[in-house]
Design a protein around this ligand. Sequence first.
Ligand code: SIN
Ligand code: CO
Length: 388
Amino acid sequence: MNEPLTLLGNRCPETFLAEYWQKQPLLIRDALPGFTSPVSPEELAGLCCEPEVESRLVLEQAGAAPWTVEYGPIPENRFAELPETHWTLLVQECNRYVPELAELREQFNFIPNWRVDDVMASYAPARGSVGPHTDQYDVFLIQAHGTRRWQISTDPVPDDNFLPDIDLCIMREFTATEEWILHPGDMLYLPPGVAHHGVALEDCITLSVGFRAPSHAELLNSFADHVASQLTPAQRFADPALRLQQHPGEISSDALTQVRGILQKILADDACIDRWFGEFITEAKNEYPVEEIEILDEHQFLQAFSAKDRLYRNEQTRFAFISNKTTNNTALFINGQHYPLPTELAFAAPLLCDQHQWSYVQLQSELTQPGFAKLLTTLYNHAYVYFT
Ligand code: SIN
Ligand code: CO
């Protein structure tokens, strides 16, 4: 797991994490030697026309309001109207549509899976750019086709240095501290908040392996919803020991102690926090229509698995597990669903969460363990895993 990786410029993942991750930018020449884009400009344009695909078209025009953004689905005839230069098409979650990009995402396994978001692809003709900006997340920018000039600035970005009244966080002023021209296979890692500006020098495709980091506000809102949904209306403030107060207008320290106690009791429940976080962080980003599948019983599933030989994880699902060393409990989380695993099935958690495909031969001995085939059948019937 800690072998040097070409992807990281022959650094060990541990070194990369200690020296660069969330700390400083890193340019890696030839991170993916001989890389050719697994997706073409035409395919990206086609994806932008699909209603279920999240996409944007960013145009830079001359004049007082030079930046505009149009959100997908983009009408097919829009492409014929576009100028020859100065625009960018961005398509989110391309790993869902292009198997090679799902595989590419797996190369970033040195970061916990739940931190990885998606692989975005952008296509730009010459001079295309989305403007100088900052992102709130870490990103690996991989040059897939053509060349792009990346400029970055590691100077702090004041809050008022963004253009007003547009739907894009574009910086008003940007002075590069470093710049490089990236060729196919080169990769630039940027921690959150580092200002960057990429301009296509010719027809260009850039892939962004993006990460997710929930904001404190999101965590608090989601946890509060989770806890509140489990409380009954009868659980409420009570004061049978109320004593006469000198000032009826005062909120007494007894009342405040009770309020603090209610909240502290909730926050002291580690098992509740763990379960909520597992569910929260594996929730699917977008709900997509699930293809009709034939529901199988355990016997039918095993027959199909041995015949098809390979089982794949659905790219739309998020898998993660929590193994609590103190309580010896293991829980599997898939798309916001919680599957507590009995001790004898605990082995299934890393086996299912660390890999994206499994062969029948590989799992043959595990399939004889009580409950494992049943668990896989359940995951299959939910379309979390599939055969080709
Ligand atoms: C791009 O691909 O043009 C933009 C990616 C980014 O700056 O995050
Ligand atoms: Co960016």
